[in-house]
Write a protein that binds this ligand. Structure first.
Ligand SMILES: [Mn+2]
Length: 688
């Protein structure tokens, strides 16, 4: 009896002790919530020695096991590499390498791309805290979807190699390359042959040019991973890029996560963070994508933690697959096609020893090729017929297109990159609004970094069937409610544009019980109007800017970034009304001066770099600084940063900065229209 009692007492004591002191189940867990504890018990399951981290498991008291996902072996390998372009350093360019022919096909310097290693190393430019972060031991796997159209050979391969080298194999379900009807030879059989070495790469092709969204959707529809990760075809992923993304989704599956997008220079392929690095994604009321600073309210104690973003930072993101389709993908209207409309060639080779893989791959290939040749011949005939029809129709369309083009050229001339930004905004805004309004969230993850080559220009035609304006209007009509009006005010041409049928999308919005756009603006994008107000505050001055001494007007000649402003005969005074003149300017609420009437300014600003430099147009940054002007009572245009004034030489028609001399008439300018109240407000702010 006594012994039994003693035992019992001992057991109870032990049990209470355990309750208090064991980190995992004990009372401690209540106090040390979310604190990091290394398991003391050696019997705890260790991670499989994959060369990932030191194999240590970490347990949060939320009960979830976490581990260090770094692949130190691959990091070590990268560190040892040397050569041109290694560690993301700029490739040393000579004059010749700069030749335009190097850019023509891809919009970036393919010569440089061809001359740096496919497996080149990158600098680890993450926030230092990222090195010590641990993520869930069990992460969902992902299908990585990479759409491409006429991508360069080495830039595409580098994308794949970087993924293979810097991603834990267990997290990749597959890599799906989706070819949007490329016609370049190296993207056909040669690509398929190359990819045989990667067991997880599949190649899928569209049957006609579909555009980015449908191409992505095709990839998504075939994907089998738990998470969809969309990348671009000219990227390089950086150290440990994937686990932080998947971790965020594992914690809350209604989340879209974006990596930080770094810049791979299109000339020399140097790898760098974007200017400003971590910023919130935003939009203006013409639906251009914008970046704004993270407001203090949203800044995290640890700046390497994921932060909320109203708009996706780029087209690169990861999302839970099921939830993605619950949201209707991008646009259910685009989802109607079935797989049989597409030529789909699966490329899954059983994982064997490397040399074997190749051999088997070749044998299978020969068989396949023979079969395919037969099939192709038949198809060829049918195709030829169709082609003939197509050609005829194409001709008719071409005629129409040409006419449209003539009209469009005006705009295109403005800036090629705007086109790019715009198509980009579309894909982002579309998902973004929906994600937030339908109960999800969007996060940027600073510890996940992916480099992207921003092209110098888009080297191919954007398919004419997909009208960007129409798409934008679809988004506005479906998601933006009464706020769409602000867009139509700036883009009156959208007002009467047909959107096609959007009833399905509206139905979806109802079905998912999504919140309205007003809620989105109040709860998510509340800081956007500070930078991009829906109702543009009135400008201080606008119209022609006439010089008193010369009686000539400032003319920017529809120039883009870098254009020097000059004097010219005022249009009003009978200067020929040709397209070449541009003499209307707006001195707006941002206190910068832009070409165009108040509601239709172009995104270029008067810009000066010193007290003696010429005055040029430059992309507006909206942050005052060297684009900040003040129109003073003495009619001078004052530049506070350089503390100088705009001057001119009437004979040479030159406009430049100079030391202010209020008596000099060459420094006196008359704006056609003035809003005195606003102007006074500006000037009182400046003097106070
Ligand atoms: Mn791109």
């Amino acid at each position: 009896m006594k012994r039994k009692q003693k035992r019992f007492l001992q057991m109870t004591l032990l049990f209470t002790a355990a309750l208090i002191f064991l980190p995992d189940i004990g009372l401690w867990s209540l106090y040390k919530e979310k604190h990091l504890v290394k398991p003391a018990d050696p019997a705890e399951p260790q991670t499989i020695p994959l060369g990932l981290g030191d194999g240590q498991l970490f347990i949060w008291t939320d009960g979830l096991k976490r581990k260090d996902w770094h692949d130190y072996e691959s990091i070590q390998k990268d560190a040892m590499r040397s050569g041109k372009g290694e560690h993301g350093k700029p490739y040393p360019l000579t004059e010749e390498d700069h030749d335009d022919s190097a850019y023509r096909e891809n919009g970036f310097n393919i010569f440089v791309s061809n001359n740096i290693a496919l497996e080149r190393s990158l600098p680890d430019i993450r926030h230092p805290n990222c090195k010590h972060k641990v993520y869930l031991e069990k992460l969902p796997n992902t299908s990585i979807i990479i759409p491409f159209h006429n991508e360069g050979w080495t830039s595409l391969l580098r994308t794949i190699h970087s993924i293979i080298n810097r991603t834990p194999d267990s997290l990749i379900a597959e890599i799906i390359l989706v070819d949007d009807f490329s016609d370049r030879e190296h993207l056909k059989e040669k690509l398929e042959e190359y990819m045989v070495r990667f067991a997880k790469v599949r190649i899928v092709r569209t049957k006609k040019r579909e555009g980015l969204i449908r191409t992505r959707l095709l990839g998504a529809s075939l994907a089998r991973g738990e998470v969809l990760t969309f990348l671009d075809s000219h990227c390089e992923v950086n150290v440990n890029w994937l686990p932080p993304l998947l971790n965020q989704i594992a914690l809350n599956h209604k989340t879209i996560v974006c990596p930080m997008i770094d810049v791979i220079d299109h000339n020399h392929f140097g790898y760098e963070a974007q200017a400003g690095d971590a910023m919130r994604g935003a939009f203006d009321w013409e639906m251009y994508y914008k970046r704004i600073p993270i407001p203090p309210e949203l800044q995290r104690a640890d700046p390497s933690d994921p932060f909320e973003s109203p708009v996706m930072a780029g087209g690169l993101f990861a999302v839970n697959r099921k939830w993605f389709w619950e949201l209707g993908g991008y646009d259910p209207g685009l989802e109607i096609w079935g797989g049989e409309q597409y030529e789909i060639s699966f490329k899954i080779v059983p994982k064997l020893d490397h040399s074997l893989t190749r051999a088997v791959g070749k044998k299978e290939k020969r068989k396949k090729r023979r079969k395919e040749k037969k099939r192709k011949k038949k198809k060829e005939k049918r195709k030829e017929k169709r082609r003939e029809e197509k050609r005829r129709e194409e001709k008719r369309r071409e005629e129409k297109r040409r006419e449209e083009k003539r009209k469009e050229k005006k705009r295109e001339k403005e800036n090629n990159s705007i086109l790019k930004t715009k198509s980009h905004s579309f894909t982002c805004l579309l998902t973004t609004f929906q994600v937030w309004m339908c109960g999800g969230g969007m996060f940027d993850v600073p510890c996940s970094r992916v480099g992207h080559i921003y092209r110098k220009y888009v080297p191919y035609k954007v398919p004419s069937g997909t009208s960007l304006a129409r798409n934008l209007k679809r988004v506005a009509e479906t998601w933006m409610d009464e706020f769409a009006e602000y867009i139509y005010q700036r883009r009156p041409e959208y007002r009467h544009l047909s959107t096609g049928d959007i009833s399905a999308q509206k139905e979806l919005r109802k079905h998912l019980k999504c919140k309205d756009f007003k809620w989105f603006m109040a709860a998510v994008a509340w800081d956007v109007p500070k930078y991009y107000p829906p109702v543009e505050p009135p400008p201080a001055a606008w119209g022609e800017i006439r010089n008193v001494a010369a009686n000539l007007c400032v003319d920017s000649k529809h120039g883009a970034t870098g254009t020097e402003l000059r004097l010219d005969i005022c249009v009003k005074d009978g200067s020929e009304r040709t397209w070449s003149h541009e003499q209307l300017f707006t001195f707006g609420w941002r206190e910068d001066i832009r070409p165009g009437e108040p509601l239709h300014t172009r995104k270029f600003c008067f810009d000066a770099i010193s007290h003696s430099s010429p005055v040029t147009l430059y992309d507006c940054h909206g942050m005052k600084g060297n684009q900040h002007w003040s129109y003073r009572k003495d009619k001078t245009l004052f530049h506070p940063v350089s503390s100088s004034c705009i001057d001119c030489n009437p004979a040479e028609k030159k406009i430049f900065m100079n030391r202010c001399d209020p008596l000099s008439e060459t420094q006196q300018w008359i704006f056609e229209h003035i809003n005195k109240t606003v102007l006074e407000k500006f000037n009182s702010k400046a003097s106070s």
